[in-house]
Design a binder for this molecule. Structure first.
Ligand code: PHE
Length: 454
């Protein structure tokens, strides 16, 4: 039987939008975007990031969905299908393989940070975050990072939760999360934004995020911005390809993807506009303080809000849920492939992959140097983040753009995009052929060069 026919399909276009948004919106938006913006000097970084979303992220996302929808299988097998169809060498399937590996590498540190969020749910619910000063919040976070057992417990709990959804099958597991909890998260972020406007130093935050001071941005910062465009849209590793495989026959790919991209960017910018007013209103806090930024600044904001404990609990819970719906898509490409081989059922396949990622996470926790406390350590955390966001995802995206732009038959691309005669189609194809690959290549080569000479 044709394997392509066995695959389930999302109910409608909106289910795909919600699932893809569930994958895209996660720690990348709320935790990572603000802190890397802080580390890279603010405005200029944000501008480069937005350009990368528009000229690389969204166009490549369309290309990725299109391959998934054509192949209707896991990324590895979809790549195999479209490669054969185009009469090309099987080596192109490597895009699928690299994606599965990248997904597990990301999951390793992702589940540790999601575990931080779970810990903060507990701290908030038991009143331990109330009326903290900036310094006390920093100490609390530092103390937690030194508590290996606690880190491992929450990392494991989060891994288990992810396992449960993927094992049940993502088309079933995700509907509620996406439909109800995502809008809720959006609402709580808006509350935090209002708090920032009223109580924080909003004008300083706004200036920091949107004044384009290019002297603050290095070449490696540009690569961080490009890499983050991939990370935040879940691109370049097959997650969106895997979800595209469940997309109904007739659905407007471009409109759908633009919706997802805009929602994702909005969440990141609102998170930045909520966090930085607090940072600039508290003299002890630094925008460039790194991965602890959200965990240190927001408890202070909640602490001085009416009903702050309830909001804090809700907020960290929603962050954990957003991370959960993203983590699912980190495991799904590999799980779908293992199931298709026919050798494993979904549950054991998912278990195996989650276990591999879990071990990586244990490595991150034990090497415990995310915040540079241990400069001679292995830096597993940082290395996994660097290798995936700044190397593997952009490379995956580069190859996907080249494949769809140059090697797939135009008739197939047109029909999978559902874009017959659409005037924007040619513009998109031009971007995917020339602009996105050139930008990725130039940024990667320039920052490599920069590293070598400096
Ligand atoms: N996009 C997710 C986030 O921003 C992370 C992710 C990356 C998920 C790659 C899937 C694939 O949190």
């Amino acid at each position: 039987m044709d394997q392509r026919k066995m695959h389930g399909v999302w109910g409608n276009r909106w289910t795909f939008i919600l699932a893809a948004t569930g994958s895209a919106v996660g720690l990348g938006n709320i935790w990572k975007f603000p802190y890397i913006t802080g580390e890279n000097g603010g405005g200029a970084f944000v501008l480069v990031y937005l350009v990368c979303i528009a000229l690389v992220g969204i166009p490549v996302m369309m290309a990725e969905v299109l391959i998934g929808r054509r192949g209707r299988m896991s990324p590895i097998n979809s790549m195999r299908y479209v490669t054969r169809e185009a009469g090309l060498h099987g080596a192109w399937t490597a895009i699928g393989w690299m994606g599965v590996v990248a997904g597990l590498m990301i999951m390793a540190f992702y589940s540790v940070v999601a575990g931080w969020a779970l810990n903060y749910v507990l701290l908030a619910a038991t009143g331990q975050l109330s009326s903290l000063s900036g310094a006390a919040a920093g100490e609390l976070f530092g103390g937690f990072l030194g508590d290996t057992n606690r880190l491992l417990v929450f990392h494991s709990l989060f891994s288990l939760l992810t396992f449960a959804v993927v094992a049940a099958g993502v088309t079933r597991g995700l509907g509620m999360v996406a439909r109800i909890l995502m809008p809720f998260l959006f609402a709580v972020l808006l509350v935090l934004l209002v708090y920032g406007v009223v109580e924080g130093n909003f004008s300083a935050a706004f200036g920091f995020l949107f004044d384009f001071k290019f002297d603050k941005l290095s070449m490696s910062g540009v690569l961080v911005a490009l890499g983050h465009a991939f990370f935040t849209l879940s691109l370049g590793m097959g997650a969106i390809m895997a979800y595209g495989a469940y997309m109904p026959e007739h659905a407007n790919v471009s409109r759908t993807i633009i919706t997802v991209g805009v929602l994702d960017t909005a969440v990141a910018l609102i998170a930045g506009l909520a966090i930085f007013p607090v940072v600039f209103a508290n003299p002890g806090m630094e925008p460039g303080s790194g991965p602890g930024l959200m965990f240190v600044s927001l408890p202070v904001a909640f602490g001085s809000m009416p009903a702050g404990e309830i909001f804090a609990t809700l907020f960290f819970l929603l962050v954990a849920v957003a991370a959960w719906s993203s983590a699912v898509s980190l495991i799904e490409p590999g799980a779908a492939w293992l199931v298709e081989t026919g050798k494993l059922k979904r549950a054991p396949a998912t278990f195996l992959l989650t276990l591999v990622a879990w071990c990586g996470g244990v490595g991150c926790v034990l090497s415990n140097n995310w915040l540079g406390d241990n400069p001679d350590g292995l830096h597993i955390f940082e290395s996994l983040d660097f290798l995936t966001s700044q190397i593997m995802l952009p490379l995956g995206g580069l190859f996907i753009a080249i494949f769809v732009g140059w090697l797939m038959r135009r008739a197939i691309v047109v029909s999978e995009m559902d874009a017959e005669e659409h005037p924007l189609f040619d513009i998109w194809l031009f971007i995917v052929r020339f602009v996105s690959p050139a930008l990725i290549a130039v940024v990667m080569i320039a920052s490599l060069y920069d590293k070598l000479v400096s």
